[in-house]
Design a protein around this ligand. Structure first.
Ligand SMILES: C[S@@+](CC[C@H](N)C(=O)[O-])C[C@H]1O[C@@H](n2cnc3c(N)ncnc32)[C@H](O)[C@@H]1O
Length: 255
């Protein structure tokens, strides 16, 4: 898992938080008493939960101290907990187990998702959003550049750093144990000023494991190749802006 740079990650706070708003809007729970935000980061997704359910008891769980330090400054009412989602075993269950843009950093979803579902109380909900950009140029360009012989031998692990499964996989994994399930994809088209912004966006998240394998001297050459790929893949609009497509997968499973 990469080291998180909060400032970089949150340079695109609005774009990164929009999926949390969209997921929360579809949760049909009038007054969940206990909520957990898994991979809460700096607290942006947790704020969306707090905004909808101001009186709930909310726990934000994350493994990054830097992210949790930022989160603590956002909301004194929420309990912030440093833990690894892959092994975290709370003593109680929750009405809502929520996760926005975090579970892709954890392997083996065939084991993880059923385990997280056991943390949901009867009639409660597991609500998850994951990136689903693996067919897009954002990801293809990065993979292509990672095969450059100058660094390819160091890139096996970064190439495996994000867990990806199909919509059908998540349906099958959760449908048997859930009362009902809703599953969908949304493709956002973020308006960014230029291609450098796309690079900066990706640098703050999925590109981090790749950059961590490079020496300081190699980073500019790697990024320059990625930038060229983005210029080719994402044409400018008439006003000079770039529409940056980012598809995301969502599901709600009721216990
Ligand atoms: C992309 S950020 C998402 C932050 C926030 N939920 C949002 O909506 O923007 C992913 C977060 O997941 C956390 N994370 C990744 N793997 C984790 C793990 N195994 N256990 C706990 N947190 C983890 C990272 O530290 C990071 O803060």
């Amino acid at each position: 898992m990469p080291q998180w740079d909060n400032d970089l990650y949150y340079r695109f706070r609005a774009q990164r938080t929009q999926p949390a708003h969209d997921l929360v809007a579809r949760i049909d729970l009038p007054a969940p008493a206990d909520i957990v935000d898994l991979g809460c980061g700096g607290g942006n997704s947790t704020s969306v939960l707090r905004g909808r359910w101001p009186d709930a008891s909310i726990v934000g769980v994350d493994s990054s101290e830097a992210m949790l330090t930022e989160a603590r400054g956002t909301d004194g009412q929420t309990r912030w907990l440093k833990a690894d989602i892959a092994t975290w075993q709370p003593q109680r269950r929750f009405d809502l187990v929520f996760s926005n843009a975090a579970l892709q950093w954890i392997p083996d979803h065939a084991t993880l998702l059923p385990r997280l579902f056991t943390l949901v109380r009867p009639r409660g909900i597991l609500a998850v959003q994951l990136p689903d950009h693996y067919e897009s140029a954002l990801y293809r360009v990065l993979l292509d550049v990672s095969h450059d012989p100058r660094w390819s031998s160091r890139m096996d692990e970064p190439r495996r750093s994000l867990t990806r499964n199909s919509l059908s996989f998540y349906y099958d994994v959760l449908r048997g144990s859930s009362e009902e399930i809703e599953i969908w994809k949304t493709e956002y088209h973020h308006e960014l000023e230029d291609h450098q912004d796309i690079l900066t966006f990706h640098r703050g998240s999925g590109m981090r494991p790749y950059l961590e394998r490079l020496s300081e001297e190699e980073v500019p050459a790697f990024e320059q190749r990625v930038l060229e790929g983005y210029r080719e893949a994402f044409p400018r609009q008439a006003n000079g802006c770039v529409l940056f497509p980012f598809r995301r997968l969502f599901f709600l499973a009721r216990a």
